[in-house]
Design a protein around this ligand. Structure first.
Ligand code: CTP
Length: 400
């Protein structure tokens, strides 16, 4: 099989050095990468580096190898074009169809999916000109990853940082896997909860669960690759932030409820993948609970936590909002799933059978997605991202 052909466009920002790592991820996973830097990008990383890392020739202008018509051929033959970093200037050129160098020509001739990973100072990102250019590119079907928040060049910090190259790679991998140039969650805001809540007993102890958060992160990552604005409410996960995703960290069920309700106010869909504790200790000891010689320990008294899924399903923040729950069952999986779907009042319920081999923290899973309309979609054993994409397929169908 031919290697997938990727064009890595690099525009002139200091984050260009991080594109070397992105390039390495592509080549090491069997992609044929043609790097097309702008002239400004070569101030930061030279052509020799791109050529050595990609194993392919590197050109910036349309005047090299004219007989091969590179300004048309490179774009035409690509399976994916990713521009990382994409400067404000590059986004403006792409939005307006300017074509004054090899990269901008390539963007006009490409008929494959295009991903932009912008990086710039916060003021430039927030400027209405940039925001309108981003909106134009998204409307036309490009995936524009939201920049990360953090340290920028010099002493500044804020939104505008290039997301982690590994996470940009994940977005590209998903976009390539779907082979779709029309991100079907474009213009949508989705909320995903992930991980497991911890209910504190005292300053050093808590009641928790084994949820790793991997399924929720897969949902967030795949939604971003399909063009959605994603809020990920993460409870006690140790996973890297997915690229282009707004991550809100919480600890307890009560904090998770607050964060989900806030984010859900303008959301098109909410997916509750988090394992939320049904109960919490009725009292919190401000000092560490000590054992007392010769005495039995005090019992732990529990009280009910709010059921977030049932609450947001009963009182939808927006008409037509699609709500998805998760359930782990050991016996009578489908019957218990149906009953839970009805009880919670959500639109879709992803039912996982838990048991041998199907442990928490695994990379793969198997499930059935039940619909309130009576539908039943089995998802065979496979990567959590495949399950995530099936969930989004079903959500998109319901959003209409
Ligand atoms: N959930 C929630 N708030 C809670 C508990 C669970 O929003 N307090 C959500 C979870 O995010 C998940 C679904 O509800 O989407 C799981 O339902 P739940 O009733 O907790 O499942 P189980 O604990 O498996 O239920 P049961 O005790 O009935 O087996």
């Amino acid at each position: 099989m031919d290697k997938p052909k990727v064009v890595l466009g690099v525009s002139g920002g200091i984050a260009a050095y991080k594109a070397c790592e992105l390039l390495r991820r592509f080549t090491e996973s069997g992609h044929d990468v043609r790097v097309v830097p702008t002239a400004a990008a070569l101030h930061f990383v030279g052509a020799a580096t791109w050529s050595a890392l990609s194993g392919n020739p590197v050109a910036t202008e349309v005047w090299d190898d004219v007989h091969e018509v590179p300004h048309v051929r490179i774009g035409q033959h690509a399976d994916l074009v990713v521009v990382a970093p994409a400067t404000a200037d590059m986004l403006a050129k792409a939005a307006h169809g300017l074509a004054d160098d090899l990269l901008t020509n390539t963007l006009l001739t490409a008929r494959c999916p295009v991903v932009f990973a912008p990086a710039m100072h916060t003021e430039m990102w927030e400027h209405p000109a940039t925001q309108e250019n981003v909106a134009t590119l998204r409307r036309r079907g490009a995936v524009v990853i939201e920049p990360a928040v953090g340290r920028l060049t010099g002493v500044d910090t804020g939104k505008g940082r290039l997301p982690d190259p590994g996470e940009i790679f994940e977005v590209c991998r998903r976009v390539l896997a779907r082979g779709s140039a029309t991100p079907d969650l474009e213009g949508r805001h989705v909320v995903v909860s992930a991980g497991g809540t911890r209910e504190p007993l005292d300053p050093v102890r808590f009641l928790g669960n084994r949820s790793s958060g991997k399924q929720g992160y897969a949902l967030a990552r795949t939604a971003a690759a399909r063009g959605a604005r994603v809020t990920l409410v993460a409870a006690n996960t140790g996973l890297p932030d997915p690229a282009g995703v707004d991550v809100v960290r919480v600890g307890t069920a009560v904090q998770l409820r607050e964060a989900v309700l806030k984010a859900a106010a303008d959301a098109d869909a909410v997916v509750m993948a988090a394992a939320v504790a049904d109960f919490r200790p009725s009292a919190y000891a401000a000092g560490k609970i000590k054992k007392k010689d010769g005495q039995e320990p005090d019992p732990i008294v529990l009280v009910r936590n709010p059921d977030v899924l049932a609450e947001i399903s009963a009182e939808r923040a927006r008409p037509g909002q699609v709500i998805v729950g998760f359930a782990a069952e050991t016996d009578d999986v489908l019957a218990n799933g149906r009953a839970k779907l009805a009880r919670k009042g959500c639109d879709l319920l992803v039912v996982n059978e838990v048991g041998e081999r199907k442990t928490f923290g695994a990379e793969e899973s198997e499930a059935v997605v039940l619909g309130a309309d009576g539908s039943e979609t089995p998802v065979p054993y496979g990567p959590k991202e495949d399950l995530a994409d099936t969930v989004w397929d079903l959500v998109v169908r319901r959003l209409g």
